[in-house]
Design a protein around this ligand. Sequence first.
Ligand code: HEC
Ligand code: HEC
Length: 397
Amino acid sequence: MKRLPCAFLMLWGLALPACERPGAPGNAPLGLAPPLGLPPVPLPPENPLTQARVELGRTLFMDRRLSHNNTLSCAMCHVPEQGFTSNELGTAIGLEGQSIRRNSPTVYNVAYVEQLFHDGREFSLENQVWGPLLAGNEMANPSIGYVIEKIKVLPEYTGRFESAFGGRGPDVLTVGQALAAYQRTLVSGNSRFDRWHYGKEQNALTAEEQAGFRLFAGKAGCSACHSIGGKFALFSDNGFHNTGIGYAKSMGQPGRHRVQLAPGVFAEVEDKALESFEPPQPDVGRYEVTLDPADTWAYRTPGLRNVALTSPYMHDGSFATLEAVVEFYDRGGIDNPQKSPHLRPLGLSAEEKAALVSFLKSLTGDNVPRLAAEARTAQPAETPPEKDPASTYRRNP
Ligand code: HEC
Ligand code: HEC
């Protein structure tokens, strides 16, 4: 075997005795060899992947002190053990229990997403981080400068930005670059499907899963949007489509919520009954970005890798199970003037629906336990700063 750089091997979990951490400068550019089924990871030249940046980003991702009141980390909505999403929440909950109108998407394979967020309003992982850091109902920091001053006073970060970024400390660019570098390493492929389809391992999928794949790519028409290529499959066209879910919600078609009253005790409640707690938050999808009426209620096609781990589903988390998603497509989505022409009633039999679900469950990457465990190794101490970082600027304390 060709000798690979130490840092490269560590990134892929092959700890070698010669690769002792920490202390190693870790600034050699890392290669990120794509697993079976995925293309090369797009890496922006201005933010080369280095071990120092990845590890710094991982610590930031896990750090609750990145929120205004030191309680909420990125990883509490993108939970490593829950497919880097939140399995218990249809729509996310931010600082002090505030509601967010959308579901936390997984950050597995986010390196391949061209336009970020369900409506595609952001273009790079480097810039995306300021969305949650500043949103009043997410991490709720008062300003960019506030986040930066806070990171400067936290002892865990002393010298780490400077050594990862050639002398540059925490600032609006480097905070984004570190978090982006880490998230780009969350690449997950080599699923049983990949070994069967691309690796030609005939027994990697059961007969039922193989039948599910044929439906997915054939009669059920799923791959029209959840693309499968000749050499790799992102399961997304990186495009935006109206399936009718946003329409139904906005037009007040009656919906129901499953509410947990006590551990293990659930009740179905009409959405209307919840309005006094939670007035509906308008969401017209891609239209909010393009202002083109044709984009109303269109949302980005999510990649489906690791989908067995990332429930609940859709931009509003309205489906708890893959069975429910397949039933929805079997009905042809929800009719509305801008509904995608690709969606029509499918007339699938019970066996066919079960096969589709089984196929979707074969898309789990082989490195999922390792990526989740690695995230936890970066958990910082989380002692809050002694004084509010904003006081640095106070002239008359
Ligand atoms: C309160 C929960 C919450 C927190 C905290 C949070 N996120 Fe998110 N994240 C979300 C939700 C919800 C969305 C989708 C929002 C939308 O589409 O409008 C999202 C979207 C994203 C996306 C886009 C993924 C895609 O497929 O388009 C990335 C990347 C991301 N978050 C990373 C982060 C990082 C990094 C942090 C910490 C700095 C963070 N998130 C903190 C809930 C959260
Ligand atoms: C017209 C394009 C299109 C077609 C065809 C299509 N999908 Fe989707 N799919 C989407 C979009 C867009 C979303 C996200 C919708 C939203 O967020 O509200 C989605 C969401 C999903 C999700 C939820 C993923 C998640 O992480 O939330 C699953 C599972 C899924 N589709 C499976 C399928 C299956 C199975 C088929 C075939 C029966 C199919 N899709 C056909 C565009 C499509």
